[in-house]
Design a protein around this ligand. Structure first.
Ligand code: F6P
Length: 361
């Protein structure tokens, strides 16, 4: 029996509540643990804002999107804002240390994406608190695991949107550009593009030539198909020197704000082809609402594995899905790189799109 903290960090994601629920049910019923949930990620650790979690408190949350604990991108090593008189802000790390000491936590389960897992790793190796990581993100970009929870829901939402756009595209003989999330990788775009029968899909892993994209759309229309769906990952970029795109802004957490490439692609396509073109930016809709059954199950498996890891020598690890089995990998193997779309899937996707992007014109 130990005392374990849980926090959700970074962007919200369908399945976060299902992970927390699984941690609590398994922890309380199987291991006899007491559980503490921090509010708004590390901010709650720094500011001492937390609540006890038990099976009763988690009723009704399995199917709920978002996070019942709240989330933020704050972390203990971030400088605090200076006081109004210009004095140094409070020492976030010291405050976090004090909260963890007062609560006498034996471990902290951090449910987060790339940046949050890096912070969790730092907290572990620098002795702030022993951690277990759970890979969260709709982007599916965390290495060492086949899938993050939230990804399946995002793909389902994007695919549904593409299905709906097909009917308008066909009724009006239009080109529909659909911008999806995914940050610096094209998993959501590739899966939704394949599942939604896109004409062509643009991903960050393969810079695109806008002339080639226009050529594919034009050729398709010459063959008698007047509607096209072009899926664009928010992180997709043109081959350098072929098209002007704005540099993304960076927020106060050093987090790039992506988005806007869909509009740039649409206007270039309209100019080049003369076809009526419209843009849909799916944005945060992909992160909202209820998780799919697949994500509820994956989240629950991760949650059980995370609390088991606390008891079975897995401190410093991230729970992961490998060959369909839940396992653990040391957090230091996960740091510093992203998992992109693998070549095999990209090849298959391109075999199904109207034409290969990398074929010569
Ligand atoms: O990482 C998840 C994600 O939804 C990305 O796909 C997207 O670029 C980013 O978060 C958006 O972040 P924010 O919610 O801060 O706008």
């Amino acid at each position: 029996m130990v005392r374990v903290g849980v926090l959700t960090s970074g962007g919200d994601c369908p399945g976060l509540n299902a992970v927390i629920r699984a941690v609590v049910r398994r922890g309380e019923r199987h291991w006899g643990d007491t559980l503490v949930g921090f509010h708004d990620g590390w901010e709650g650790v720094i500011e001492g804002r937390w609540q006890e979690l038990d099976v009763e408190a988690m009723r009704g949350y399995l199917s709920r999107g978002g996070t019942m604990l709240g989330t933020s991108r704050v972390h203990p090593w971030m400088a605090s804002d200076a006081g109004a008189d210009g004095s140094d802000g409070p020492d976030n790390l010291a405050r976090a240390r004090a909260t963890l000491r007062d609560l006498a936590l034996d471990a902290l389960i951090v449910i987060g994406g790339e940046g949050s897992l890096a912070t969790a790793h730092r907290a572990h190796v620098e002795g702030l608190v022993p951690v277990v990581g759970v890979p969260k993100t709709i982007d599916n970009d965390i290495p060492c695991t086949e899938q993050t929870f939230g990804f399946d829901t995002a793909v389902a939402i994007a695919t549904d949107a593409i299905d709906r756009l097909h009917t308008t595209a066909e009724s009006h003989d239009r080109v529909m550009v659909v911008e999806v999330m995914g940050r610096h990788v094209g998993h959501i775009a590739t899966w939704a593009g394949m599942a939604g029968g896109a004409t062509v899909t643009l991903v960050p892993e393969h810079p695109f030539d806008i002339d080639r994209v226009a050529d594919i759309v034009r050729t398709r229309h010459e063959r008698g198909r007047y509607a096209s769906i072009v899926v664009v990952a928010e992180g997709a970029r043109p081959v350098p020197g072929t098209m002007d795109v704005a540099e993304p802004e960076v927020d106060r957490f050093g987090h790039q704000r992506l988005g806007g490439i869909g509009h740039a692609v649409a206007s270039e396509l309209e100019v080049r082809t003369g076809f009526d073109t419209r843009v849909t930016v799916l944005g945060h809709v992909q992160r909202g609402g209820t998780p799919t059954a697949h994500d509820r199950v994956l989240s629950s498996r991760y949650g059980v594995a995370a609390i088991d890891a606390v008891h079975e020598g897995g401190l410093g690890d991230m729970v992961a899905l490998q060959a369909g089995v839940i396992t653990r990998v040391p957090l230091d193997q996960v740091m510093g790189h992203l998992k992109g779309v693998d070549d095999d899937l990209w090849d298959t996707a391109n075999a199904l799109f109207e034409a290969r992007l990398d074929d010569p014109m």
